[in-house]
Ligand binder design. Structure first.
Ligand SMILES: [Cu+2]
Length: 168
């Protein structure tokens, strides 16, 4: 097989010529393509959050802008609260009790929600995260990281191809 591939260096180089511009185009696409806003049709959603010392489960919530969000807060041990930064939203649940509250997610961004009732020594660290809107920056970042890894593998593959053929 090796005897037939008479110009391995040329092959590797032409692949580089091909993949180089392709990579640039992919990077530009990742950075510039406007992602569709269609996924964010406002809907009614109910999210059940279990509070216990000293965490909320789930600790991260994701909703779309304009969603009508009903939170069901359940306390599993002592009295806990849930207040949401930047929103005028606060709940307080007695042990074993479920309380509900509703808000409209009309502010986009990432907001903390915190326990609003002193429930023990780690109470200040009882914090969750609400994301309103798709985190496009994060998606683009992950895509770029994936591309970088692919590029690293590809360049490694090129260099090993060339070295094994004894070409500088
Ligand atoms: Cu608490």
């Amino acid at each position: 097989m090796d005897a037939n591939s008479s110009h391995p260096a040329k092959v590797a180089r032409s692949k580089l010529w091909f993949y180089g511009p392709v990579f640039v185009v992919i990077v530009l696409l990742i950075l510039l393509v406007p992602l569709p806003q269609a996924a964010s049709t406002p809907t009614d959603r109910t999210i059940r959050i279990e509070a216990s010392r000293f965490q909320f489960v789930p600790g991260e919530i994701h909703v779309n802008p304009g969603d009508k969000v009903t939170v069901e807060l359940i306390s599993q041990d002592v009295v806990h609260g849930l207040s949401l930064d930047n929103y005028n939203f606060n709940l307080q649940a007695e042990p074993g009790q479920i309380v509900t509250g509703t808000f409209i997610a009309n502010q986009s961004g990432v907001f903390r929600f915190r326990c609003s009732f002193t429930c023990g020594n780690l109470h200040p660290f009882m914090i969750g995260k609400l994301t309103v809107g798709s985190n496009y920056l994060l998606i683009r970042g992950i895509a770029l990281a994936g591309l970088a890894v692919a590029g690293a593998f590809l360049s490694m593959w090129f260099s090993t191809t060339r070295h094994s053929q004894g070409v500088r």
